[in-house]
Unconditional design. Structure first.
Lengths: 312, 548
């Protein structure tokens, strides 16, 4: 972090004299230290392992999946067997293969939508926390608007309006409905940081507001932002599954949400095909859980008291 | 007298294994029944760690690694949590520095007492009320306080409540950890008086932990001086004052002087004559003119009157002048600093710097003012962004105000570090704030204020957060800068001693009004206003008390 925060001009000078200067902690070291803090938390470690496995499965889906995602023609609604470990769907597709391919969509949507809503939350939250007066009131009104409207109905309305857009549409819907809470939290932290002496000192150093917000305040709330990202990603995964389950997504794409949609449509519960319903549901729950578990470790970065092993 | 507390060969470590630090190192001492003993040391000396160990309140990562703490023959270090809780009645109690914040804001003061009575069951339910009133009376609080909430009480009253709470279990030993440090100067004095009175009346044993040798010498019969985890001197107060044996004790003592004396000498300020005007004036330096300025804040709650923080104040800070702005907290001195630096706008009157109307500046025009008027903050720990290197922190104002770039800017940064005495400069430039001591941080803050080559520096209590031994260095630096660079200095403080050594003129503020002004030495030696006299009396003075 330190190298990045020095103006480019001085960085060149520093490179020349690097040998004579005692090195400040390099960005790599900072990242490693943060990573080891998160890893040292037992819950976070479990979360990282689960998330890591899921990402590996999604990346290597072409190698791991026994069949194609939409490859049909097997027995319809078959029970588990050696050829089809989790049975087949009503359309004659392999459930295990769909589960493995479906991981790609869920993780992709979760990470991208989580990232986008965090970016919006950071931009809105920080500027909202720093400005005063009329501007702040306007942002306050807009954010409150998004906070009071119930999330799911708003999602459904927007999704119905943008119907037929596929994954991109789902990401847009999730981002529109998901940024406001993060913005509110980041705004509170910005307001508390902006009254610190070092921010006043930056004003005395002749810094412009934009630079104060993004170079002085933002780096001091990294862990909050990372925590917000994992929270937003969890919400995005759940929202994506929910929208697709309601049939508001592109039902031809194979994801855990559409698997649930088709299982419901083919009355999987009545036909006794538990795996069809439970497997994607469990995967969604597991993915969301892993992100939440990682957040326990992220809390420990900013607040040493929450680190495990330190009693009281 | 018999021995109450006996500590033998006590060591306390932070952390475990190779990364551990020894906070308390093989310390031995004993306290007699009814004794008032002071424990003095600078930050990091291990005095609070020792206090927590004595009360059995050590928290991880701190842990006792050796030695014994015998209270009436019972080893506290080996007690379980449950036994320790039992022992609190009639055993050890502690009053913390932040004790005033230890009260639960949503419970009334009476409930705080009731909690303790209920937990220990040593008082009949019928007597709870009368006992609580009795305890409040002991710390000179009216019984009406019991029905108030902590938020309705002042800092001094809350600290008195926490002392009364500590007393409610009739402890044999009271440990006071910096009980008055967070309080205002005038209140500090009153609370200390209460503690001393109380100790005489109740006859408990008191251990007063403080960084301020003055306060300790005024109240304690015996003083333990702690330095780097070890007790370097253990002697009666009079002996410490008249014949200190250890070099460290002598160094601490050398930083005390009476601001009323004819000649005030501190290390680094030997034989400073009352007025110095030998500095070289810079060309076209401008004065700050404060003209009938008032600042009124809206009422904190509906129905309450408005708060007048600054009330019709006028003064001029001439080029090269050094002016002290003195007052207790709430006297409006910090608000005045904010008005001068355009952080706040005056409600009435005007602040001018040359032909610049400071009150009318908009955010975008701040650079015009801050090019010439800079500020040194009170808390060096809060005034530096923990994530930026010293070089980044100093490069920003250099780039913003002087337009230097690249190598030139870097050269200027290194020059600034050299000016404030941080060398080797290259090494310090690469450091992050947490790698620096408090004094070094404050030097970086001063270097940043100098980066734009300002005409005026406003220093808001620049040394109040620093250890005594570091204060003189920072003050000497400010004084040197003023003489060499011709910078004018507005020195805001409640510490009259430091005001005496670095300023020529003084203004005493009370309730937002100027109550006294004039030449610093003359005002302090012959104060005419009662408030000034009270401020002078509140200064702990090791030599004043008649040591028993």
């Amino acid at each position: 972090m330190s190298t990045q925060s020095i103006p480019p001009s001085t960085r060149a000078v520093r490179a020349i004299e690097e040998a004579s200067i005692a090195p400040a902690p390099s960005p790599l070291k900072v990242v490693l230290r943060v990573a080891s803090t998160v890893w040292s938390n037992g819950k976070a470690r479990i979360g990282i392992i689960i998330l890591g496995l899921m990402i590996l499965i999604a990346v290597f889906a072409p190698l791991l999946a026994p069949y194609g995602a939409r490859q049909n023609g097997f027995d319809r609604s078959a029970d588990a067997s050696a050829a089809h470990w989790l049975g087949t769907t009503a359309a004659g597709e392999d459930v295990l293969s769909q589960l493995i391919w479906g991981a790609q969509i869920s993780i992709f949507v979760g990470l991208v939508a989580g990232l986008l809503s965090t970016v919006i939350a950071v931009l809105v939250g920080l500027s909202w926390g720093y400005v005063r007066g009329f501007g702040a009131d306007v942002i306050n009104f807009i954010v409150n608007l998004f906070l009071v409207i119930p999330g799911l109905p708003l999602m459904i309305v927007i999704a119905a309006y943008l119907s037929g857009g596929g994954i991109g549409m789902i990401i847009v819907v999730v981002v529109i409905t998901g940024w406001a809470w993060g913005a509110r939290v980041l705004r509170s932290q910005t307001q508390s940081l902006r009254s610190r002496d070092f921010v006043t000192a930056a004003v005395f150093s002749g810094e412009r507001p934009f630079r104060i917000v993004f170079r002085e305040i933002l780096p001091n709330m990294t862990s909050l932002i990372v925590g917000n990202f994992f929270g937003a990603a969890t919400a995005a995964i759940l929202a994506e599954a929910g929208l697709e389950y309601l049939g508001l997504g592109d039902t031809t794409v194979v994801s855990w949400g559409t698997m649930l949609f088709w299982a419901q449509n083919s009355n999987a519960l009545l036909t006794g095909q538990w795996a069809l319903l439970f497997a994607p549901g469990l995967c969604i729950a597991l993915l969301a859980t892993s992100l939440t578990l990682i957040n326990f470790g992220v809390d420990g970065i900013s607040n040493p008291r929450l680190r495990e092993g330190s009693k009281r | 007298m018999t021995t109450l507390l006996e500590i033998t060969d006590l060591s306390v470590d932070y952390g475990e294994g190779a990364g551990s630090t020894h906070a308390v190192n093989h310390v031995s001492f004993a306290l007699e029944h009814g004794e008032f003993v002071g424990l003095v040391g600078e930050s990091g000396s291990g005095k609070s760690t020792l206090g927590f160990a004595v009360t059995g309140l050590s928290k991880p990562p701190a842990h006792v690694v050796g030695g014994s703490i015998l209270l009436d023959g019972i080893d506290i270090a080996s007690l379980s949590q449950g036994d320790l809780r039992e022992q609190r009645h009639g055993g050890v109690a502690m009053v913390l520095q932040s004790g005033m914040n230890a009260l639960n804001p949503v419970r009334s003061i009476r409930n705080h007492f009731v909690d303790i009575f209920r937990a220990h069951g040593h008082i009949d339910r019928a007597d709870w009320s009368s006992r609580a009133e009795e305890l409040a009376a002991k710390v000179e609080l009216p019984s009406s306080v019991l029905d108030r909430y902590p938020g309705e009480l002042s800092g001094g009253m809350r600290q008195r409540v926490s002392i009364a709470l500590a007393l409610s279990l009739e402890p044999k030993l009271m440990v006071f950890d910096e009980p008055t440090t967070a309080l205002d100067v005038l209140v500090q004095h009153a609370v200390m008086d209460t503690i001393i009175e109380l100790q005489k009346k109740e006859n408990f044993t008191a251990l007063l932990i403080s960084h301020d040798l003055g306060i300790v010498l005024e109240s304690a019969e015996r003083v333990l001086v702690m330095h780097e985890g070890e007790i370097v001197e253990d002697a009666p107060s009079r002996q410490i004052l008249e014949n200190p044996r250890d070099d460290y004790t002598r160094m601490l003592l050398s930083h005390y002087a009476d601001p009323r004396a004819e000649v005030v000498e501190l290390p680094g300020f030997e034989a400073r004559t009352p007025t110095v005007s030998s500095r070289t004036r810079r060309q076209d330096q401008k004065a700050i003119v404060v003209d009938h300025v008032s600042k009124v804040y809206p009422a904190p709650r509906r129905g309450e009157p408005q708060v007048t923080a600054v009330d019709d104040v006028s003064f001029t800070l001439e080029p090269g002048q050094s002016l002290a702005l003195v007052g207790a907290s709430g006297s409006g001195k910090s608000t005045l600093a904010k008005l001068i630096t355009a952080v706040e706008k005056p409600s009435a009157g005007s602040v001018r710097f040359g032909d610049l109307d400071v009150g009318a500046l908009r955010r975008g025009q701040f650079r015009q003012l801050h090019r010439d008027v800079q500020m040194v903050f009170q808390d060096p720990y809060a005034a530096l962004n923990p994530l930026h290197t010293v070089e980044y922190t100093l490069t920003r104002p250099v780039v913003n105000f002087t337009g230097l770039k690249g190598l030139d800017a870097r050269r200027r940064v290194l020059e600034l570090l050299d000016t404030v005495g941080l060398s080797p400069v290259e090494e310090f430039a690469a450091k992050l704030p947490h790698q620096l001591s408090g004094g070094q941080r404050q030097r970086v803050v001063i270097a940043r204020a100098l980066a734009s080559n300002p005409q005026v520096i406003i220093a808001d209590e620049p040394v109040s957060m620093l250890d005594v031994s570091l204060r003189a260095g920072v003050l000497a630096l400010l004084e040197d800068l003023r003489e060499q660079w011709g910078v004018s200095l507005l020195y805001i403080t409640h510490d009259l001693l430091s005001a005496r050594v670095v300023t020529d003129n003084i203004m005493v503020l009370n309730g937002g009004r100027v109550v006294e002004r004039g030449n610093t030495a003359e005002v302090l030696r012959n104060p005419s206003d009662e408030y000034t006299i009270r401020l002078l009396d509140a200064i702990p003075n090791p030599g004043r008390r008649d040591v028993a």
